[in-house]
Design a protein around this ligand. Structure first.
Ligand SMILES: C[S@@+](CC[C@H](N)C(=O)[O-])C[C@H]1O[C@@H](n2cnc3c(N)ncnc32)[C@H](O)[C@@H]1O
Length: 285
């Protein structure tokens, strides 16, 4: 017996079915692999799912569900698409200028500091931070914890080798970020790319950590998390703000960068603005 088709226009129905398929896919991924994308911002999630559907030669979200549930390699490719790993050295150079001026002086007041770079992708941001701290004479007294949901990008980050053809752009970023040396001192050109000085990674621990499902793991003086929360829907953003609040020492700094904010979040009253443009916030209560 055919089920009666209920109310709603054809377009409305198709959109509703797609939403349902996406929910089922995300639930399946969570239960099969433990990656929880259920509260990511829907519009960008949908775009990325369709990109993968086309890349896999499939035609529907349900088709993608079938593929990823049975094929861990397809899941790995989807994870790369969903986790959006775009990054750059000294990305948004003005952020580093503000960090140097407003955060480094605070770091100098401690004998030892811990910095968490959450959502570090392939590590360009971490190496940039290490250079800045080294130039400010603060790196030796710092331990950086660089985490990401995605093991594949972490493996790349650990290598500290970045595309040679990016070095011109990164040199410009470095200069605009207030770098005090010559950028080319930091790397040697090899056949596989620009290999950055080993010492830069000596104070860094790279580890997998999922902001959605993993707990606080240390107490930090600075948490840097840029271009990550934009992919999360508001309730999830607020939960992660809570995780950052719990993970920061009193007077610690939350560095979100230009695209994100804790304004309008329930945690806003616990922070004081250090830099409005670059979204640097100090935990004050
Ligand atoms: C666009 S990149 C940003 C990289 C760097 N922070 C920057 O600003 O250049 C976003 C990163 O967040 C990571 N990410 C996405 N969801 C995450 C989660 N739930 N937990 C931890 N990292 C996550 C992605 O894997 C990706 O590497």
């Amino acid at each position: 017996m055919a089920l009666p088709v209920t109310n709603g226009s054809e377009r409305g129905t198709a959109a509703e079915v797609e939403t349902l398929e996406i929910e089922l896919l995300l639930e399946g991924i969570y239960r099969r692999y433990g990656f929880d994308f259920r509260e990511y911002a829907p519009a960008s999630l949908r775009r990325r799912l369709w990109r993968r559907i086309h890349a896999e030669g499939l035609e529907s979200i349900s088709g993608l569900q079938e593929r990823v549930l049975h094929d861990a390699n397809a899941m790995e490719s989807l994870l790369l698409d969903l986790s959006v790993n775009v990054t750059a050295m000294f990305r948004d150079p003005s952020f580093y200028v503000a960090f140097r001026r407003k955060v480094v002086p605070l770091l100098r007041t401690y004998p030892f500091t811990r910095i968490w770079v959450a959502g570090c992708s392939t590590g360009e941001e971490v190496f940039s931070l290490a250079m800045l701290l080294d130039e400010e004479g603060a790196y030796e007294r710092t331990r950086i914890y660089a985490t990401d949901i995605n093991e594949v990008v972490l493996d790349r980050a650990r290598k500290g080798v970045f595309p040679l053809d990016k070095m011109q752009e990164y040199t410009q970023n470095y200069i605009r970020a207030g770098g005090t040396r010559s950028f080319s001192e930091y790397y040697v050109a090899r056949y596989d790319g620009a290999r950055f000085a080993r010492e830069l990674a000596e104070g860094v621990v790279f580890a997998q950590h999922n902001l959605v499902s993993d707990a606080a793991f240390n107490e930090f003086n600075v948490i840097m998390c840029r271009n990550v929360l934009i992919y999360f829907a508001q309730p999830l953003q607020e939960r992660v703000h809570g995780l950052f609040y719990d993970s920061l020492a009193m007077f610690g700094v939350l560095a979100l960068g230009q695209k994100e904010t804790i304004r309008f979040s329930p945690h806003e009253p616990s922070f004081e603005e250090l830099d409005a443009e670059e979204r640097l916030f100090k935990k004050v209560r």
